[in-house]
Design a protein around this ligand. Structure first.
Ligand SMILES: [Cu+2]
Length: 280
């Protein structure tokens, strides 16, 4: 018996055994294809790569500071640079972002020591990562230096497959809709913006008896315990976009909030963009 025939015969025998053991073929186990990029947020800045490969990217934030931080990705169009973005922010700190700056997601706010991940399909181009969370005086962290330029290079073909989500949240003007009740454990959540303007999803683990709106209205300067704990979600995305975030939820009460301002500067949560839900 030649070696080749021997191997072929052995393979056949193995295949027959597998058929007996498994009457239905098991689906091939999918390897995660997205690469992970970590941004270490501190008071006040981001540590991380200046250049990453595009396609489906898992972007992780690790909060090493003593303040709350998030990592908002902004794509710069029309050949605009990070310096131009920073100059524009300084010139018009309260104005809307320029039309050449697009919100494309990122992991949302986590408390000191916290970690969160968002998964986005990033096109090649120039980006900045910013944290617009205000300090105790109301000054956004961007003004303290939390602006990091990021170049995304062209992606390899194998990086183009979106993750499989088991829950979908639809964002609209002005509400959140969950596709189904959320169970305890790990989830990949798809977030779709079906509204006409950018929205975000702030994920909160609520304190007993508290609602998401209580967190929105909470004034840290007035003292007292926060009505909830910031555990991630996704920062702003433009209309029509979708991104993902990963989370691991214990049974309990949770909330979604959108802090993005409307044209009059009123945060969306004050126009009804909150959702309270229970994880069992
Ligand atoms: Cu919103």
């Amino acid at each position: 018996m030649s070696l080749l025939r021997h191997v072929a015969g052995w393979s056949f025998a193995m295949a027959a055994l597998l058929l007996i053991a498994q009457p239905f073929p098991a689906p091939a186990k999918e390897e995660p294809k997205e690469s992970t990029v970590t941004l270490n947020a501190f008071d006040f800045g981001f540590k991380g790569p200046d250049r990453i490969e595009g396609g489906v990217v898992r972007l992780e934030i690790k909060n090493e500071g003593r303040e709350i931080h998030h990592a908002q990705l902004i794509r710069l169009l029309d050949g605009k640079t990070a310096d131009e973005f920073i100059a524009g922010m300084k010139a018009h700190p309260d104005g809307p972002p320029p039309s050449w700056a697009k919100f494309v997601g990122g992991p949302n706010a986590v408390i000191p020591g916290g970690q969160a991940t968002a998964i986005m399909n990033l096109e090649a181009g120039d980006y900045v990562v910013i944290c617009v969370i205000p300090d105790s005086k109301g000054i956004p962290h961007t003004a303290h230096g939390m602006v990091k330029p990021l170049t995304v290079t062209a992606s390899a073909a194998q990086n183009e497959i979106d993750p499989k989500a088991d829950v979908t949240v639809t964002l609209a003007d002005f509400n959140f809709v969950l596709s189904q009740p959320v169970t305890a454990g790990r989830h990949t959540v798809k977030v779709v913006n079906n509204g006409t303007i950018p929205h975000e999803l702030v994920l909160l683990q609520m304190a007993p008896g508290k609602k998401a709106i209580d967190f929105g209205n909470f004034n840290p300067a007035a003292g007292g315990q926060p009505p909830g704990k910031l555990i991630g979600g996704v920062v702003g995305i433009e209309k029509g976009m979708h991104v993902y975030f990963e989370t691991d939820l214990a049974p309990g009460n949770y909330g979604f909030l959108c802090f993005f301002p409307d044209e009059k500067g009123k945060p969306h949560f004050k126009r009804g963009m909150t959702l309270d839900f229970t994880v069992k």
